[in-house]
Design a protein around this ligand. Structure first.
Ligand SMILES: Cc1cc2nc3c(=O)[nH]c(=O)nc-3n(C[C@H](O)[C@H](O)[C@H](O)COP(=O)(O)OP(=O)(O)OC[C@H]3O[C@@H](n4cnc5c(N)ncnc54)[C@H](O)[C@@H]3O)c2cc1C
Ligand SMILES: NC(=O)c1ccc[n+]([C@@H]2O[C@H](COP(=O)([O-])OP(=O)(O)OC[C@H]3O[C@@H](n4cnc5c(N)ncnc54)[C@H](O)[C@@H]3O)[C@@H](O)[C@H]2O)c1
Length: 478
C-alpha cells in the first residue's frame, strides 16, 4: 500500500479526494486547491456537474423563466402578446441549458483548474482511502489531507409506487413527450414547480398532497401558490391519503427520461380511483450515503459527518451538499463547500481555519408564479425559537415598485423580528421578483442589523425594495 505521506509522485495520491462530482463537490475541490500546488481528484460515476446541472435547477429554471415572462407580459397593459407556449422551443431551450446532457465543458473546467476527474463508482475504504470501480478496472486513491463526501441524493419513491415505475423529477425536468394528463404526488418544491411547467406544456395536472403545499413555509406562501396553480387549471387535492397505485403495462423505455413509462396509471385516493396517462412522484429525496463505505472509517451515523467541522473531530473527513444532512439546495451546498475547502486549505498550510457563524440563514426561492422566497426562520419557527418576536406582514403591492412590475401583482411580504435584539430573524416574500428581494433580508440577518439601523437603509423610489420601508413602517407603528 502507498504511504500517503511519501507519495508525491504517485498518480493515485492526491491532497484532496472529493467523492461525487455534482455542483457542490466541484466547489469543494476548487476551494481546497485554490492558489496552491495542491492536487485534487473528483470521483464521479455519472455526469460531472450532477443533478443541479442536468436534471434539477438548470432545466427546471430554463423551462420556468419563459413562462413567467409570458405571464408577466400578458398582465402588462400597453403590449399585446400573441400565442401561447411553444412546447418544442421550450424543451429546446432546456436542452441548451443542460448542454444537451454533455459534461464536456465541466470536464474542461476541471482540467483547466488542475483537478483530475476519475470516472467510476467510489467508496471509502479506510482512512483517507477511496477505491474506484472504473471502466478500466479498480483504482485505489489516497488523500494526503482530506476526503469530502459529496454524493448527493436521489428521488425517494415510497414503496406503494415502486411497481408503477413513476416519473421522478428527472423525467419532469427532462420531459420529451408531454403526457395528456399527469398525477403529481407531493406538495413540496419539486411538485409545485413541475406542476407549473407541465400544466403550461399542456398536461392536465392533478396534484395529490397529503398535507398542504410548501408546508415548511408559513401558510400564506402555499396558499398563494395553490390559488395560482388552480387558476392555471391544475386540480389540487389537499390532505388526501393515497392507498394504492397500479399500472397495467410498465415500460421503462430502456431508462430514457421524459417519455411515458407505460400505460395509464390508476391511484386510489381517499377511496376514489383517479387515472392519468402518467404519474410524477415528488416525495422528497434520499441522501446517497448508504453504500459509500462510511462504515470502513468507523462512521455509524452518517449525519455526524457534516460541514464544516468534519466527523467527530476528525479533520480529514467532511460531507457537503445533499449528502450532508443540511438543506438540499445547491447554493447551500456550495456555501458548505467553500467553508470546507477553505478549512482544508488552512489546515494543509498550518493556518487557523476561518471562523464560521453558528447559524447563518438559509435562503430559498421557489420559482412558481407567484415566486416564493424565504430566508431565516418562518413565523412558526421563530415563535418556537425566541421568547418574543414581532411579525410584520404587508401586501407585497404596498410598494408601488412591485405594483409596477405587473398589473396582476399580488402576494405577501413578511419580516420576523426578535424583540430582544431588535434584529431580523426571518423574512418571506410572495410575489414578482421575490427571489431578488430576499437577498437584502439575508444580508440583514447575517449582519445582525437592528431594525433601528435598517430604518436608515433607504430603498430607491419606485423600486420593489421599498417593500422593506413599508415593513419597517409597520414595525414602528406608522
Ligand atoms: C427538480 C429539482 C429542482 C431543483 N431546483 C433547485 C434550485 O432551483 N435551486 C437550488 O438551490 N436547488 C435546487 N434543487 C436542489 C439541488 O438540485 C441539489 O441541492 C443539488 O443538486 C445538490 O448537489 P450535490 O452536488 O450535493 O449533489 P448531486 O447533484 O446529487 O451530485 C452528487 C454526485 O455524486 C455522484 N455520486 C454519487 N455517489 C457516487 C459514488 N459512489 N461514486 C461516484 N460518484 C457518485 C452522482 O452521480 C452525482 O453526480 C433542485 C432539486 C430538484 C430535484
Ligand atoms: N427552487 C428550489 O430551490 C428547489 C426546487 C426543487 C427542489 N428543491 C429541493 O429538492 C428537495 C426535494 O424536493 P421535494 O419537493 O421532492 O421534497 P420536499 O421534501 O420539499 O416535499 C416532499 C413532498 O412529498 C410529500 N410526501 C412525502 N412522502 C410522501 C408519501 N409517502 N406519500 C405522499 N406524499 C409524500 C410531502 O408531504 C411533501 O409535500 C427539497 O429539499 C427542495 O428544497 C429545491
Amino acid at each position: 500500500m502507498t504511504d500517503p505521506q511519501n507519495a508525491a509522485t504517485d498518480p493515485d495520491t492526491y491532497d484532496v479526494i472529493v467523492l461525487g462530482g455534482g455542483a457542490v463537490g466541484e466547489v469543494a475541490a476548487q476551494f481546497a486547491v485554490a492558489n496552491s500546488d495542491r492536487t485534487a481528484a473528483i470521483v464521479e460515476n455519472q455526469l460531472l456537474g450532477g443533478e443541479c446541472s442536468y436534471w434539477a435547477c438548470m432545466p427546471s429554471k430554463a423551462l420556468l423563466r419563459p413562462l413567467e415572462v409570458a405571464n408577466t407580459a400578458r398582465h402588462l397593459d400597453g403590449i399585446t402578446v400573441a400565442g401561447g407556449v411553444d412546447a418544442t422551443a421550450l424543451m429546446n431551450r432546456r436542452d441548451t441549458w443542460v448542454s444537451h446532457y454533455s459534461d464536456s465543458s465541466q470536464r474542461k473546467w476541471a482540467s483547466d483548474t488542475g483537478i483530475d476527474v476519475v470516472t467510476g463508482t467510489g467508496r471509502l475504504a479506510g482512512e483517507r482511502t477511496v477505491t474506484v470501480e472504473t471502466g478500466d478496472g479498480p483504482r485505489t486513491l489516497h488523500a494526503r489531507h482530506a476526503v469530502v463526501v459529496a454524493t448527493g441524493s436521489t428521488a425517494s419513491i415510497p414503496d406503494m409506487f415502486a411497481d408503477v415505475a413513476p416519473w421522478t423529477s428527472r423525467d419532469a425536468t427532462g420531459v420529451r413527450e408531454v403526457p395528456e394528463s399527469l398525477i403529481v404526488v407531493g406538495g413540496g418544491v419539486v411538485a409545485c414547480e413541475a406542476a407549473t411547467w407541465m400544466s403550461a406544456l399542456g398536461s392536465t395536472v392533478t396534484m395529490l398532497v397529503r398535507s398542504t403545499l410548501l408546508g415548511s413555509l408559513d401558510d400564506f406562501a402555499g396558499e398563494a401558490v395553490a390559488e395560482a396553480l388552480r387558476d392555471a387549471g391544475v386540480e389540487i387535492r389537499l390532505g388526501v391519503d393515497i392507498t394504492e397505485a397500479r399500472r397495467e403495462s410498465v415500460d421503462d423505455a430502456g431508462g430514457a427520461t421524459g417519455v411515458p413509462h407505460g400505460g395509464p396509471v390508476t391511484v386510489t385516493v381517499d377511496g376514489q380511483e383517479i387515472t392519468a396517462a402518467e404519474i410524477l412522484v415528488a416525495a422528497g429525496r434520499h441522501r446517497t450515503v448508504d453504500d459509500i463505505g462510511l462504515d470502513t472509517v468507523g462512521v455509524t451515523d452518517p449525519s455526524q459527518v457534516s460541514a464544516p467541522e468534519g466527523y467527530d473531530g476528525v479533520d480529514w473527513l467532511y460531507s457537503v451538499g445533499d449528502a450532508s444532512f443540511g438543506p438540499m439546495l445547491t447554493h447551500w451546498g456550495k456555501y458548505q463547500s467553500r467553508i470546507v475547502g477553505q478549512r482544508i486549505a488552512a489546515i494543509a498550510e498550518g493556518r487557523t481555519p476561518p471562523t464560521v457563524p453558528a447559524d447563518p440563514p438559509v435562503p430559498q426561492v421557489v420559482f412558481t408564479d407567484p415566486e416564493v422566497a424565504s430566508s431565516g426562520l418562518s413565523e412558526k419557527e421563530a415563535r418556537a425559537t425566541y421568547d418574543s418576536v414581532t411579525v410584520i406582514t404587508k401586501p407585497i403591492t404596498a410598494a408601488a415598485g412591485v405594483g409596477l412590475l405587473r398589473d396582476d401583482a399580488s402576494g405577501t411580504a413578511q419580516i420576523v423580528v426578535d424583540d430582544a435584539t431588535r434584529t431580523l430573524v426571518g423574512a418571506t416574500f410572495v410575489g414578482p421578483e421575490a427571489g431578488e428581494l430576499i437577498h437584502a433580508a439575508t444580508v440583514a440577518i447575517v449582519g445582525k442589523v437592528t431594525v433601528d439601523d435598517l430604518w436608515h437603509a433607504v430603498p430607491s423610489y419606485p423600486t420593489p425594495a421599498e417593500i422593506y420601508l413599508r415593513l419597517l413602517e409597520g414595525y414602528f407603528g406608522y
